[in-house]
Ligand binder design. Structure first.
Ligand code: A3P
Length: 343
């Protein structure tokens, strides 16, 4: 199990500060947009991120220093597409011989505490997490995660033998999920009275790609193309397929990471056991996932909401559906990418 450690924090902090200077210079020349009076974003390597030198410093630090091992398994995702679910599934598949379900570390740790987000948990300044030097001490295979677009991944991820598992989701459910998540985080930051954008206003930002890690469509397309070009390197998963046929998808995942299920395991119900254990109904009810926060503002429970396909149908107006369908057609159809929409 990956154990958080905190030694040498001062060294890491010094290193991060060096990058803060560099980040300030980088940000100066980037396109910027105000999302509200308090929040603005900058476009870095074609994608938006917070206009904040600490945040940019974490990205630079990660890009310049991360050294991938051939055995690393890296989850890539746009926020709210099923990252938490994939973290728990991957952890359970890879560690199934080490810990049976009844001893799973997921019983005592939120999935995000077992699979670290590189640019924030490791290279950022959240000191309750492990530091970069600690990564070197982790046993292989290391399970890691990033929300960065493919273009921004460190060269060592692209060029080494490590594998990338990308989880995608239809844009409509992703948008609704983000809207709820942002409300929860912003109320924590700004107070219960804080009024976030309406769904319609947020929709406009989403369509223009003006949100952290956006444009959503480009994020998905980049990983999709990479998975077509290098299927042995990038596995492209869809939330909706995991929902529809979790057994097939989990077998695909296990094979991709080099630990296929044996016929004996399958007949003994190991695959079904993992699926049931990692289901939203089960994870949501675990005490460890019910309370507490990450990085001050992100409630652990807010990572488990409904977990459905098609929740968007309750919120989208006909005009929103029409505009989103048009964009999906424009961006995805020619490259053979389709999402089930749940209706
Ligand atoms: P909803 O808000 O639509 O319910 P991420 O993990 O990338 O932040 O994505 C969060 C979304 O995945 C939320 O979607 C959340 O409820 C859903 N989710 C979390 N755990 C899940 C699980 N075990 N199975 C299915 N969906 C899950």
């Amino acid at each position: 199990m990956q154990q958080p450690k905190t030694r040498n924090q001062d060294d890491t902090q010094d290193e991060l500060l060096v990058h803060v200077d560099e980040a300030e210079r980088v940000i100066e020349d980037l396109p910027k947009t105000d999302i509200s009076s308090k929040f603005s974003i900058v476009k870095y390597q074609g994608f938006w991120c917070p206009n904040h030198s600490n945040y940019m410093a974490s990205i630079l630090y990660f890009q310049q220093h991360f050294c991938a091992r051939d055995t690393d398994l890296i989850i890539g995702s746009f926020p709210k597409t099923g990252t938490t679910w994939l973290k728990s599934l991957l952890f359970s598949v890879v560690n199934r011989e080490k810990y049976g379900i009844k001893q799973s570390p997921l019983l005592n740790n939120h999935p995000h505490e077992l699979v670290y987000r590189l640019e924030i948990d490791v290279y950022g300044n959240a000191f309750d997490y492990p530091r970069p030097h600690h990564l070197n001490e982790l046993p292989s295979p290391r399970l890691l995660h990033t929300h960065l677009p493919y273009v921004s991944l460190p060269d060592s991820i692209k060029d080494s033998g490590c594998k990338v598992l990308y989880i995608s989701r239809n844009p409509m459910d992703t948008l609704v999920s983000q809207w709820y998540f942002m409300i929860s985080a912003l109320k924590k930051m700004e107070g219960e009275d804080f009024e976030f954008f309406s769904m319609e206003e947020f929709f406009e930002f989403f369509l223009q790609g003006k949100l952290v890690h956006g444009p959503f469509f480009d994020h998905v397309v980049e990983y999709w193309k990479e998975s077509l070009e290098r299927p042995e390197k990038v596995l492209f998963l869809k939330y909706e397929d995991l929902k529809d046929d979790p057994i097939v998808e989990l077998k695909k995942l296990a094979e991709f990471v080099g630990v296929p299920f044996s016929p004996k395991e399958e007949s003994e119900g190991v695959i079904k056991e993992i699926i049931e254990f990692c289901s939203i109904g089960n994870l949501k009810e675990m005490e460890v996932n019910k309370s507490g926060v990450f990085n001050k503002f992100y409630e652990k429970k807010s990572y488990f909401r409904k977990g459905e396909v098609g929740d968007w149908t309750q919120y989208f107006t006909p005009s929103m559906v029409e505009r989103m369908n048009k964009l999906m057609k424009e961006k995805f159809e020619d490259i053979g990418l389709f999402f089930k929409l749940g209706y």
